[in-house]
Design a protein around this ligand. Structure first.
Ligand code: IMP
Length: 426
């Protein structure tokens, strides 16, 4: 294998978790480099569903070292009480041997969640429809250098001093949004306990990665969310608060750019989006409902119904270029089974002119009309198919068209949530 980056190419929920889990068979390390518990990576093994929020999907393979990198924001309450407990319940072994957390990752604090809740409740034009996990406010504090790092949780003096100063400001905001102010000692006590539980996992993960690289390990970098939610390149302000593009592996994990061998873009065979913001190919009709129901398109973190629509090749070309994709994994192909027609957006019509290039300006995207190429649908049931030759000609035409338009080979196709429901094309 090699060092591989796995990236969501749309608005998230492309099925990255399953692909990482499959590729992890040959990996030594799996690393998360951005986002936090706004992500919900679902993996199904022998019919058992596991949802991970911070922990890399490689944790289900016992011998793999999983790393939560410095670019991730961590909610220790969820990490400890939900993820670690759930993994233990399902008999997956997690110890300091297979899970490392960067000492430099930032912590999502209780005030982050309250401030975000207040903003989302009051917001009109600036309401984003976030996951309300405190992700944005935690990254704000990181950038403004007022953040609490994971290493602060095991340094009582420094943590206590920082909290004194930070809470002066945060409690004003919390009051402004109509919530009860927070008590410093309660936070300190609770979060020091989290630090005590996590201390054996906390490490210098950059150093660990250098060692792994020197040993010739195969490393997978697991992206969260999707390219169109990138803070710079996505549909701002309806985006998440981190860079979701492949380039952020270097900053978010502390890994050299020249050491990356492959960048695999995960493309769902149609498009979904949760939260507000432009969505050019959205289907507000029965076909959209069909995709939602058949694809189980409800958020694994918040349970919200996802907006559904056709595949958008204009947006995907943008994504392929931004991420420098070397390969594509096409997911949820089986969800399109049974439709009479399958459409793909190949252009945006704006003021009478057809554009082939994605511009992330929301006024542009809200006012375009998608130009579609239509494909004849297929009647076969592809659920759990793992042989490319079993696909009908119509389906192969659809796949070939995507490859040609994006100038990138599709090497893997997913036809169901289970590991076994996978076609290895090349
Ligand atoms: P935040 O990341 O919670 O701040 O939310 C910002 C936007 O990103 C909202 O539209 C969310 O619905 C969306 N978002 C965040 N994480 C995910 C994800 O893992 N999948 C899909 N959408 C997400």
């Amino acid at each position: 294998m090699a060092n591989i980056v796995i990236i969501g190419t749309q608005w998230g929920d492309e099925g990255k978790g399953k692909i990482v889990d499959i590729l992890a068979e040959d990996a030594n390390c799996v690393v998360r480099f951005q986002g936090g518990n706004n992500a919900g990576h679902t993996i199904v093994i022998n019919g058992k569903k596991i949802i991970l929020h911070h922990i890399p999907s490689g944790i289900l393979h016992e011998k793999i070292k999983c790393i939560i990198g410095n670019g991730v924001v961590i909610d220790p309450e969820i990490l400890i009480n939900k993820e670690l407990k759930n993994l233990e319940k399902e008999n997956f072994k997690v110890s300091q041997n297979n899970l490392k957390i960067s000492k430099n990752a930032h912590v999502i604090m209780p005030y982050h969640k309250l401030i975000e809740e207040g903003r989302e409740n009051c917001g009109k034009i600036l309401k984003v429809g976030t996951t309300k996990r405190g992700i944005g406010p935690a990254y704000e504090d990181k950038i403004s250098r007022r953040g609490i790092k994971v290493k602060d949780l095991i340094d009582e003096k420094s943590f206590s001093e920082k909290l004194d100063e930070i809470l002066l400001e945060k409690n004003c905001l919390i009051k402004f949004y109509g919530f009860d102010t927070l008590n410093k000692n309660e936070i300190l006590e609770k979060y020091l306990k989290y630090g005590e539980i996590l201390k054996d996992f906390i490490d210098d993960t950059h150093k660990i990665l250098i060692n792994e690289e020197e040993k010739g390990s195969n490393i997978i970098f697991e992206g969260a969310q999707g390219t169109l939610l990138d803070i710079d390149h996505g549909t701002y302000p309806f985006v998440t608060s981190s860079n979701t593009v492949s380039g952020n592996v270097c900053a978010g994990a502390g890994f050299g750019i020249k050491k990356i061998d492959k960048i695999i873009g995960i493309v769902k065979a149609y498009t979904t989006r949760v939260g507000m913001g432009p969505f050019p190919t959205e289907l507000k009709c029965k076909t959209g409902d069909y995709l939602r129901d058949k694809g189980g398109e409800y958020g694994s973190t918040t349970g919200r119904p996802r907006r559904c629509g056709w595949l958008d090749l204009v947006a995907l070309k943008y994504s392929a270029n931004l991420n420098n994709l070397t390969e594509i994994a096409l997911t949820k192909l089986d969800v399109l089974d049974g439709l009479d027609t399958v459409k793909v957006c190949v252009g945006y019509k704006y003021k009478g002119e057809v554009f082939k290039y994605f511009d992330n300006d929301i006024n542009f995207l809200n006012n375009i009309e998608p130009v579609y190429k239509e494909f004849k649908g297929w009647k076969n049931n592809y659920s759990n198919i793992n042989n490319f030759e079993k696909l009908q000609k119509e389906t192969k035409d659809y796949i070939k068209f995507i490859e040609e338009e994006l100038n990138t080979p599709i090497t893997l196709i997913s036809t169901g949530p289970d590991r076994k429901s996978t076609i290895f094309k090349n």
